[in-house]
Design a protein around this ligand. Structure first.
Ligand SMILES: *Cc1c(COP(=O)(O)O)cnc(C)c1O
Length: 492
């Protein structure tokens, strides 16, 4: 037996560095690279596609004997330029927050603590609890409300609608499931797909989501909602929840939340608000009045990683009736039993409010962001983005080749390029404009369809965007659109 194999003489396996000085130098060097990335966020390309040779290295098999630290760090560094681009001032796609450098600091602390925030008595639990208190106050929820940090609004929606389901069916639903109960819920036809997905995951099924028509302003029509509820009741179905959107993903429209809250009360239905990005508008003097109805909701799902720029990922679910929320998730088997003293104290535990037991210390970066920048400055940045979306709409209106496709209510402006020359397919033309802009690295808008027509969709939830970025974008759209139209003249 060689000494390497002899358990008596072999040095124990450790994953810690052998040479801490060398490790510190290595960590500092990587921190510098991370900071470089953030400091130069306003420069260069909006999106830099992953090069083929890098993709190939990411298909290689895992070496069984590890890789030198230098090599690992070189590999890590190579990834840095190839993010989705949302730290750049001209990233306008989907709804992404733009992140902050201070987020790196909180993430370092969280990584060093390596805390499991599912429960037990330690600092992370108290940080998250304080954060929950701040969120309750922000949205005008009572002390008895509860909240949980989650990955994002998709996860938050599943949790909120689970509480709604259990309220409708009673506690037995946790044991017997739906047992054939014909539950149905309501959201506008503009609602995010995560609502239907939550119904799918809860065993209720996507078909149980009634998609209520919207008006020309893309807000849910209350009369259509009332009618759908009474038709469903007449058909023997069991309505249980209304979902309002505080900022739709397509156009940024805000449903008439106060009216929806009133209908929910009258019909004794759960009122959930999807405020993924829009709810944080509560910090903005411009938007807060439009969001007043949120404080009447039974539950709210929203993201800190969007309009509050906490580095990904950071979502939140808030529930008015904390006892109901806890009853929908709490299971405390013997090995998770809470006590008054010792490490198993600190009750209630976050695991009692959601499906995850082990969970990271996401709350810290959120807490640090709110502490450092404060609600006033964060809200002012939101107001500026709303102003910029209006400025963009004005630039669009002023240009004969551009047509605005939806009113600007929050951060989103949708428009279309209409060439002077006849082209066969204006949808394809606009899609090609967006792809070319992304590939050029100049800007990264995305697309959507409104009234069946493909639009260029620009969302500004970005504290780095300046007015000059908007004129650059408009000029590039017009120039690119003109070039494509010239390449592909009409066949007719
Ligand atoms: C982004 C978004 C979601 C989904 O949120 P995630 O954090 O991506 O899970 C839901 N609804 C709206 C309106 C959104 O903008």
């Amino acid at each position: 037996m060689s000494s390497d194999d002899d358990p008596a003489t072999r040095s124990p396996t450790t994953l810690d560095p052998q040479d801490w000085d060398a490790f510190r130098a290595r960590a500092h060097a990587m921190l510098e690279r991370a900071l470089d990335k953030m400091e130069t966020a306003t420069e260069g390309r909006a999106w830099t596609p992953v090069p083929d040779d890098l993709k190939r290295t990411l298909e290689a098999r895992l070496p069984s004997d590890g890789t030198s630290a230098d090599k690992v760090d070189a590999r890590l560094s190579r990834l840095l330029p190839h993010g989705v681009g949302n730290t750049h001032p001209r990233f306008f796609g989907w709804v992404h927050g733009s992140g902050t450098p201070n987020g790196i600091i909180a993430e370092m602390v969280a990584a060093a603590m390596n805390a499991n925030a599912g429960g037990r008595d330690h600092a992370a639990i108290y940080v998250e609890r304080q954060l929950v208190g701040w969120v309750k106050a922000l949205f005008g929820f009572p002390d008895a409300a509860s909240g949980l940090v989650v990955s994002g609004t998709s996860a938050a929606t599943i949790i909120a609608l689970k509480v709604a389901r259990d309220r409708a069916l009673g506690a037995a639903a946790r044991e017997v499931g739906l047992a054939g109960a014909p539950l149905v819920a309501y959201a506008s036809e503009q609602a995010h797909s995560c609502v239907a997905r939550a119904l799918d995951l809860l065993g209720i099924g996507k078909d149980a989501l009634r998609r209520i028509p919207t008006g020309a302003d893309f807000r849910m029509r209350p009369s259509a909602l009332r009618q759908a509820i009474s038709e469903d009741r007449a058909a023997g179905l069991q309505p249980f929840a209304i979902v309002g959107s505080a900022g739709t993903v397509n156009t940024g429209a805000i449903d008439p939340l106060e009216v929806l809250a009133e209908i929910s009360r009258g019909e004794q239905l759960w009122f959930h608000v999807d405020g993924a990005f829009g709810a944080c508008g509560m910090l903005s003097k411009t938007l807060a009045p439009k969001l007043a109805g949120i404080s009447a909701a039974d539950s709210l799902a929203f993201d800190f990683h969007k309009w509050l720029h906490v580095n990904y990922d950071a979502g939140f679910v808030l529930v008015r009736d904390g006892a109901l929320h806890r009853a929908a998730f709490s299971d405390r088997p013997d090995y998770l039993k809470g006590v008054e003293r010792g490490l198993a104290a600190g009750n209630p535990w976050p695991v009692e409010y959601g499906p995850e037991l082990s969970r990271g210390f996401r709350a810290l970066k959120i807490w640090a962001q709110l502490m450092e920048h404060g609600p006033d400055k964060l809200g002012a940045a939101i107001s500026e983005n709303c102003e910029q979306a209006k400025q963009l709409a004005a630039l669009v209106d002023a240009h004969p080749a551009l047509e605005q496709m939806a009113p600007v209510e929050t951060s989103i402006c949708c428009f279309r390029f209409k060439p002077e020359v006849l082209v066969d397919d204006v949808d394809a033309l606009n899609e090609e404009i967006v792809i070319r802009l992304q590939e050029s690295g100049l800007a990264a808008p995305s697309t959507t369809r409104l009234g069946g027509e493909l639009c260029i969709r620009v969302n500004i939830t970005n504290h780095r965007t300046r007015r000059s970025d908007l004129s650059l974008l408009v000029d590039a759209v017009v120039e690119t659109g003109g070039a494509i139209a010239a390449e592909k003249p009409s066949s007719g």
